[in-house]
Write a protein that binds this ligand. Structure first.
Ligand code: F6R
Length: 244
């Protein structure tokens, strides 16, 4: 595992964006795994800048998002689908037919089949070349909360109370944060050719140290990156504060 520490999120995100641009330039039909939340915002802004100013071409790129809230339609303003269109997709030349975000509107009875199909789409696309990840304050990746199996696949998960609190900021006061999500599993994530984890701010310091330097444990899902042969962890100085 490579740990890259920069003074701030901006600088760390610029390096991560350069890595993604290299992957796309080497393989224009690359498949990217993407995350939502605050961590990848500066990364997405830099990819948009590279698209506008440096001809970074997303035309043949395929994307798969990690997760979505169950119960939210793709057009719901707090859905991860809406987040991705707002913060990345509508600013680049990605082909909408090659954009995959799990649907939050799957009938409960069809969930198992739906999740298996999502995995099948990833396989059909040739697998994920590079997966972007954020780290939760409790060490989660995707919405694989502490205790998730390290071999888990795309499935329904219940959010931990802390995650519900952390994500309340994306919902207006009258709308409850959904408690259930669809998320790629840790096993799914580990199959990507390359992992790129972003962790910024002192709130991530404990989780980042546990993931990078602690024992491999299902109680720190991000520690699964220790199993991967090509994982990079991009931290700002506050998030790196607990590293030895
Ligand atoms: C979101 C996701 C989550 C977030 C994590 C950190 O798609 O997979 O694991 O990356 O909760 O969220 P932020 O970046 O908002 O601190």
């Amino acid at each position: 595992m490579e740990v890259i520490i920069q003074p701030d999120a901006q600088a760390a995100s610029a390096l991560a964006a350069q890595r993604i641009a290299t992957v796309i330039r080497q393989k224009p039909s690359a498949t990217l795994g993407l995350a939502t939340g605050s961590s990848p915002l500066a990364l997405y802004a830099e990819l948009i800048r590279m698209h506008r100013e440096e001809d970074l071409d997303f035309q043949h790129v395929t994307t798969f998002n990690l997760d979505e809230y169950l119960g939210l339609s793709p057009s719901h303003p707090s859905s991860y689908n809406a987040f991705m269109w707002e913060n990345l997709f509508r600013h680049i030349n990605v082909n909408p037919a090659r954009v995959f975000v799990p649907s939050g509107k799957v009938d409960y009875c069809d969930l198992g089949k739906y999740c298996a199909r999502y995995e099948e789409e990833i396989r059909k696309a040739g697998g994920i070349d590079l997966q972007v990840l954020g780290i939760g304050g409790n060490g989660h990746i995707g919405f694989n909360e502490p205790g998730s199996s390290l071999a888990s696949r795309t499935r329904i998960k219940t959010l931990a109370p802390q995650t519900v609190e952390d994500n309340r900021r994306y919902f207006d006061a009258h709308h409850a944060v959904p408690l259930h999500v669809i998320t790629m599993g840790i096993g799914t994530i580990l199959e990507a050719g390359e992992l790129c984890l972003l962790g910024f701010g002192e709130k991530k310091a404990q989780a980042a140290a546990a993931a990078v330097e602690g024992p491999l444990s299902a109680f720190v899902p991000a520690s699964a990156l220790q199993l991967h042969r090509k994982a990079s962890v991009y931290l700002d100085e506050p998030a790196a504060a607990h590293l030895k």
